[in-house]
Design a protein around this ligand. Structure first.
Ligand code: PMP
Length: 403
């Protein structure tokens, strides 16, 4: 893999921050965008923009084609059985809200939904909103000291009232890669459907929804080198057929009268209003980029970077890394002595290093770890070992200043 060649596709990586070459390590929040995606957006706005599924005219048909080809590309990428199972959303958050609102209609007071303590707020709050409406009960799986889920407890939480299990594939704080296939198999053995939050997995690991056999899988394009504002909800057709629409409006109807409305076929039943068809079309270029490099190569490179960086970090006095699950993904959450994460983040920024600080939208996990937040460095395919060295050097300086 020629990283320098890959980096050429990402103009933003040439930026300087505070007079130093930028080292972008906030990929968990959003990854940067390769030229082919930017060019595709530019090309569509310059040549092809027209609303989808609405016109007989050439432009509209071209645009519809681009959107639907992207849907097929995504279907193939995640190995879904049919394009009817690939629904475009605004992102992971909207995908989970859609399932909680629509699938959640079948839940009754006292029914139980299993979550885990490492969830992002996106996989907590929608279920709490549903709890307010229906009186469901949320059950939460704990972690061990390495940041792995307590699978024994997970299994023990299932009972006759369990109606759903919803958990992340990869933790955005700890980097833990959860055994989602095994967890799904167990839930199914108890007759319980599963939603997987794949926001932090889809940029780093091969995703095969048929193999995992999950009922729902959600992810966001902007973390996968794609445009902002679009995401995907994969859902098993048998559920999607039964589920009521999430929102009403154009595109999602078959026939509307003031007395009655019938809904469009899948997947359009869940896509009310004009979708971000430009973003959707350009997302296929991001997938093309990932396929060209190879997701397994990406995974391998990021893992090597992670191990290299962590190995060097642990020598910094007072440094503590949160998350030590074997095979963890390219996420390093850490604290330096008693220093506040913001102070560390600011001192790193002054040296050109862009990292995330705070609770990472995982406040319950921060409470569980008994810390206010962490500093978080996350890698992408374009990060280099030189950058890892630069990050370590900057961190050593920051640690020295804050001592
Ligand atoms: N789940 C996880 C694990 C995440 O890391 C994120 C993004 N930080 C989300 C959900 C939400 O993704 P989005 O903001 O793109 O909807």
């Amino acid at each position: 893999m020629d990283i320098l060649k890959i980096r050429e596709e990402f103009p933003v990586l040439r930026r300087e921050i505070a007079g130093k070459p930028m080292i972008y390590l906030d990929n968990g929040a959003t990854s940067q965008t390769p030229l082919r995606v930017i060019d595709e957006i530019d090309r569509i706005y310059t040549h092809t923009k027209a609303n989808v599924h609405r016109g007989v005219h050439t432009l509209s048909q071209e645009m519809t084609d681009l959107q639907e080809r992207s849907r097929e590309k995504i279907r193939k990428y995640i190995n879904a059985a049919s394009i009817e199972e690939v629904i475009f959303t605004r992102g992971t958050t909207e995908g989970i809200n859609l399932v909680a609102s629509s699938f959640g209609r079948r839940f009754r007071e006292g029914d139980e939904v299993i979550l885990t303590v490492m969830e992002h707020h996106a996989n907590i709050v929608p279920w709490q909103l549903l709890r307010e409406r229906t009186g469901i009960v949320l059950r939460v799986v704990d972690i061990n000291e390495k940041g792995e889920l307590d699978l024994e407890q997970y299994r023990s939480l299932f009972n006759d009232r369990t109606v759903m299990a919803s958990f992340c594939h990869v933790s955005n704080v700890l980097g833990t890669v959860n055994p989602v296939k095994e967890m799904t198999a167990y839930a199914h053995s108890r007759g319980v459907p599963v939603l997987i939050d794949g926001a932090q997995a889809s940029p780093h690991l091969p995703i095969d929804v048929e193999d995992i056999d999950c009922d729902f899988y959600v992810f966001s394009s902007h973390k996968m080198y794609g445009p902002t504002g679009i995401g995907v909800l994969y859902g098993k057709k048998k559920w999607l057929l039964e589920m009521p629409p999430y929102q009403g409006g154009g595109e999602m109807i078959a026939k509307v009268t003031f007395a009655h409305t019938t809904f469009a076929e899948l997947p359009f039943k869940f896509e009310a209003g004009t979708p971000d068809f430009v973003g959707i079309a350009a997302f296929s270029k991001a997938l093309e980029f990932i396929e060209e490099v190879g997701i397994s190569e990406i995974e391998k490179h990021e893992r090597e970077l992670l191990e290299y960086t962590q190995e060097k970090m642990i020598h910094i006095p007072g440094l503590k890394i949160y998350g030590a699950a074997p095979g963890k993904s390219a996420v390093i959450s850490f604290l330096v002595g008693k220093s506040h994460p913001y102070d560390v983040g600011l001192l790193l920024d002054k040296q050109g290093v862009e990292v995330r600080t705070g609770h990472h939208c995982a406040m319950p996990l921060m409470d569980r770890l008994d810390i206010p937040g962490t500093v978080r460095a996350t890698f992408a395919v374009y990060n280099t070992f030189d950058e890892a060295d630069g990050f370590i050097k900057a961190l050593e300086r920051a640690a020295m200043i804050l001592e």
